[in-house]
Write a protein that binds this ligand. Structure first.
Ligand code: ATP
Length: 318
């Protein structure tokens, strides 16, 4: 990954009437990085991304993208970006190759480069065998690769992906990410919003937003190692009783269900968090296996987006 900066934002803010959708966000996004935006529904991810690439005018704040000032030079930026949303927006009654040809023409790819561009895209996105197939008949993963091929035909320096893999199976999601890593290696900066932790974990860097504010930022492994909490895993056949018993105990910040297990997030300064939890469960006669564990990204997310009990504001984990 190169160390140059692709995007700098200072005090980025967007109001919609009385609502502050994005609130004084400062960001520095490295060039050729896959940069993730994670946050609950309505936390401002899409609004922030759209402002960062010049598609939406900020209420206040400054953004520099690929050397251009936004919003002043937003038109120049638009030529450098590729945009793909979760909704499949290509023509279902055209073949794969016809869809790409249409898009290449819209992007102004010169006639003599057309077939080379399309052949290159079919190769890169593993769609050669489907080139004469109607888009409507493609699998979810193939449609998604076609959408990505379409969004990158003009070789954008910045690629925006809004929840790109919400409709595909895990294998297709892995394949898709392999392609993204290839694009980043070739120098493309990728902004991706997601609800999936496994997807967020693959990003080079992450911004976690909550109620429009940046509440954590960094490399996933650093966010995990610097988490402002202890994590205790609880395996029990009575998760509800365990939660009821633990919530509200001094030193326990929150209890969240992760798959079949519970994760209790405890104050970081507790000497023996597992002992505290074990004793509380024993006293309440809830049978459970209790172990102190290393945090994962979901724990980071819970800590970063939890309401701060004292003032009702989001907690700051960064
Ligand atoms: N054009 C708009 N007019 C009014 N309010 C808007 C507009 N666009 C977004 N909002 C509001 O701004 C807030 C942030 O929305 P945004 O779509 O950026 O969140 P998000 O984190 O991307 O959400 P999701 O994960 O659900 O896509 C929400 O409360 C949303 O309703």
């Amino acid at each position: 990954m190169s160390e140059s900066v692709a995007i700098t934002a200072k005090g980025l803010t967007k109001h919609f009437g009385d609502l502050t959708a994005v609130d004084s966000v400062d960001l520095e996004i490295p060039e050729a990085a896959i940069y993730g935006f994670l946050g609950p529904n309505g936390s401002g991810k899409s609004t922030a991304i759209r402002m960062l690439c010049g598609l939406l005018t900020p209420s206040s704040g400054e953004v520099e993208v690929l050397g251009y000032q936004v919003p002043g030079q937003a038109e120049q930026v638009k030529r450098e970006i590729g945009y793909m949303t979760q909704k499949f927006s290509l023509y279902e009654d055209l073949t794969v190759a016809e869809n790409l040809k249409f898009l290449a023409t819209v992007y102004g790819v010169p006639g003599k480069e057309l077939s080379k561009t399309i052949d290159g895209a079919l190769e890169r996105y593993w769609l050669n065998e489907q080139r004469h197939q109607f888009a409507a008949t493609l699998s979810g993963g193939q449609k998604q690769r076609l959408a990505l091929a379409g969004a990158t035909l003009h070789r954008p320096r910045l690629l925006i992906l809004d929840e790109p893999t919400s409709a595909v199976d895990p294998q297709s999601r892995r394949d898709f990410w392999d392609i993204l890593f290839g694009l980043a290696e070739d120098g493309t900066t990728v902004l991706v919003s997601s609800h999936y932790m496994d997807e967020a974990e693959r990003c080079h860097r992450l911004a976690i937003l909550n109620k429009g504010r940046l509440v954590a930022e960094g490399r996933p492994r650093d966010l995990i190692s610097e988490i402002d909490a202890g994590v205790v895993e609880i395996e029990t056949s009575s998760p509800r009783a365990a939660r009821d018993c633990l919530e509200g105990i001094d030193g326990v910040q929150s209890v969240a269900q992760l798959g079949a297990r519970l994760h209790a997030l405890t104050d970081k300064n507790l000497a023996e968090p597992a002992k505290l939890i074990r004793e509380a469960l024993n006293e309440a006669e809830v049978e459970a296996e209790v172990t102190a564990v290393t945090a994962n990204l979901e724990d980071v997310f819970v800590v970063a987006t939890r309401p701060n009990r004292k003032d009702g504001e989001p907690g700051h984990a960064a």
